[in-house]
Each structure stands twice: as C-alpha cells, then as structure tokens.
Design a protein around this ligand. Structure first.
Ligand SMILES: O=P(O)(O)OC[C@H]1O[C@H](O[C@H]2O[C@H](CO)[C@@H](O)[C@H](O)[C@H]2O)[C@H](O)[C@@H](O)[C@@H]1O
Length: 367
C-alpha cells in the first residue's frame, strides 16, 4: 500500500465486527494463533492503511499487495520457517492417514483459490479437467462437499459433479444431495435444502443493485451477486482507487444495517448479519449427513481464504479433523496443515485416492 493511500484516508465507518489486524512474525503459528483484533472503525488507522480492509489476508506475516506470487529469497525462507509450524499436508500425509485409520474421512473443499487458481475475471475461474477428475475420484471414496462464497448454482456450474454436496453463499445455501447411504435424507428437494438467510433475499437484491450503481464510476470494480451475499471485487481496480471502493461500499451499507462486511482476496463481501458461516455450515453438514461421530469420522477441510478460517476453527474446537490452508505465504491460521496452491491440492486428493485404492479395491469400498 502506498503512503499516498495510507495517509489520505478518512476513517471509514465500517461495521463494527472485529477482523484481525496484521501480526508480527513472532506470533505466527499454524497451531497457536495469536491475532490482535481491532474494530473495523479504526481500520484505516492501522499502519498498513487500507491493508486492514483490503488484502487477501490482513494476517500475512508481511502484508503485500503482490503476495499472491512468490517473493524474493527472504520471503521464501519465511515460508520455509512457517512450514515448521504449519506443515505441508503432502509431507505429513502419513500422519494424516494415520489419524484416519478405522475412520471415514469426510472432505470439505473451498472452490476459488483451492480447486481453481485465482484469476482476474471471477467468471473465468474454471477448474481444470484434471482437478475435476481428482475431485470426482475422491468423492467415490469419501463423502465430499464444496463450501464456497459463490452462489450454489454458480459453483455447481464450475464443478459440475452431481455426486457432491454444495454449500454456496458462504454456507447460507446448502443442498444435501450428496450420495451417502447413511444420511437417510428423504428424496425430496425441499427437505434437502437449507437456507438460513432466506428472509434476506430481497434485501440482498436491493443491496446488489445499489452496489452496482455506486461503483459504476470505478474502473475495474465488479459486483457479483452470490444470492445470499454480494462480492465487490477490486482486483482489477487501480490501487489508488481501492479506498474509494471501500468508501462507496461503506456508504451503501449505511442503508442496510442488517448486512455486514467481511473481506476476502481482493474482494469485499456483503452478507446478512446472521450468526452463520462456513464453520457453521460444516457442522450442519456433518450432523445432517450423520458424520458427526468424532470416533468414527475424520473431517478434512481445505481452503485458502479468511472465510475458511471459521471452518478450520470448528474442526480445531471439536478436536476432530484437520483444516488445511492453501497459501503461498505464511499466514496466521487455525488450520493444522498447509498446501501451496491448487496443484498441491490435486496432489493431496490423488494421494487420498491412491491410499484408499491400495487399502481396498474400489468395488469393495463403503463410502
Ligand atoms: O469461498 P470461495 O469459493 O473461495 O469464494 C470466495 C470468493 O471467490 C471468488 O473471488 C475470488 O476468486 C476470483 C477468481 O479467481 C478472483 O478474481 C477474486 O479476486 C477472488 O476474491 C468469487 O468471485 C467471490 O464471489 C467469492 O466470494
């Protein structure tokens, strides 16, 4: 963030939910997070200026607007050091399957940045055919759900695998249609649909229209309707206009006190104030699919974004299962393990399939 941007900002009256401020390298740890929380109202007073609002993750050890790519050698060594506390799920594969002995693995997969690489145009975030094959294979062995900030329809369009469960809008739109013999869910579409924020639908449509109108003059700003939430993307906006985007979103939100703002990877996400997130969605899916017995099920959640931290946290608090953070840079996280990028996610999924195939041929497998 340039000095120009950091120093010239008015204090934004953003909703008062706390989000993490940047942390010092010393406090970085995959397993024992110690993030300092601050009010959103004071975000622009943080040393990194708008970075508190508008970075892929404000919890980076070294916040950088270019941190999606590998940096110079000191960043590479920082990453290696971080791996000591947040080990690679590939290097730790034997440990992970060791914990899965005698248990059924339940898989939860985020979409953007996890199954598909981050690209400039959200409408072109396609997953590769190889990744689709990997997800399809893994779902033959393990109950698998996609948990995304996208609308459920959109993420289904991208993934296009009928054998999975889909939770869109950050878990506010869940379809329990994944084949699982134990779930005993009636074959009735309505019984399978869970939408805890349905009353907010008209409000979200109104907010979407207002946000489109408000950001019309900002070149590169893109507003995406994710059904129960709205994403305002600034990835393609000139850096000097980032604060204007934040200010405009903030102004619109003043008329919608029942909507709140969270942040993702160069995106501001507007969503209902209800106490529901990807973590709650994972708990709901585990219960609904009868996968909530800690003794017999090992849930694994793979994700790259701050919103995935809610799910990592749930697994950590249940003391059952593992969060795996996808990141190329050190981050404070509730996850237990890490993977660098979607290619490594594919490698991990392929390894799970190979392990299962070796243990038992596919026709003998019980999902
Ligand atoms: O929960 P997710 O499946 O990870 O969805 C989170 C947001 O992902 C998308 O935005 C991100 O990916 C885009 C495509 O690579 C990228 O252009 C953008 O900068 C990223 O923030 C999606 O477009 C959002 O609606 C989701 O909320």
């Amino acid at each position: 963030m340039s000095d120009h941007v950091a120093k010239s900002q008015p204090v934004l009256a953003l909703p008062s939910n706390p989000i993490p401020s940047s942390v010092t390298p010393k406090s970085l740890s995959c397993s024992s997070p110690s993030v300092t929380y601050i009010s959103r109202r004071t975000l622009v007073e943080v040393a990194d200026g708008l970075l508190g609002v508008m970075t892929p993750s404000p919890t980076h050890m070294k916040p950088s607007v270019n941190s999606d790519s590998d940096g110079p050698s000191d960043e590479v060594s920082a990453y290696k050091a971080w791996l000591a506390t947040c080990p690679s799920a590939l290097s730790s594969f034997n440990q992970i399957i060791g914990s899965a002995q005698g248990k059924k693995i339940a898989l939860f997969l985020d979409y953007d940045g996890t199954l598909s690489p981050i690209v400039n145009d959200p409408d072109k975030a396609f997953m590769s055919p190889e990744m689709r094959a990997a997800v399809k294979n893994v779902a033959k062995f393990f109950p698998t759900a996609i948990v995304s900030g996208r609308s459920r329809d959109k993420v289904f369009e991208f993934v296009n695998l009928k054998e999975l469960c889909y939770a869109g809008s950050h878990g506010m739109d869940i379809m329990l249609s994944c084949a699982d013999s134990e779930s005993k869910i009636e074959d009735d579409k309505e019984a399978k649909l869970f939408q805890p924020a349905s009353e907010f639908l008209p409000m979200i449509i109104e907010a979407y229209n207002s946000l489109v109108e408000a950001t019309r003059s900002i070149r590169g700003a893109n507003v995406e309707n994710n059904k129960f939430c709205v994403s305002v993307h600034y990835r393609n906006v000139d850096k000097q206009d980032w604060n204007s985007v934040a200010q405009l979103v903030n102004d619109v939100l003043k008329s919608f006190p029942r909507l709140k703002l969270t942040t993702g990877r160069k995106v501001l996400e507007v969503r209902p104030v209800i106490d529901w997130d990807k973590g709650k969605a994972v708990e709901f899916l585990l219960q609904s699919l009868r996968l909530d017995d800690i003794g017999s099920v090992l849930p694994i959640y793979i994700g790259d974004d701050r919103t995935d931290e809610d799910a990592f946290k749930v697994l950590r608090q249940r003391n059952s299962g593992y969060g795996i953070l996808v990141s190329q840079v050190p981050k404070e996280t509730e996850a237990f393990y890490s993977l660098r990028n979607p290619s490594q996610v594919k490698e991990f999924l392929d390894s799970l399939v190979r392990w299962k195939e070796q243990a038992q041929p596919v026709h003998d497998q019980e999902r």
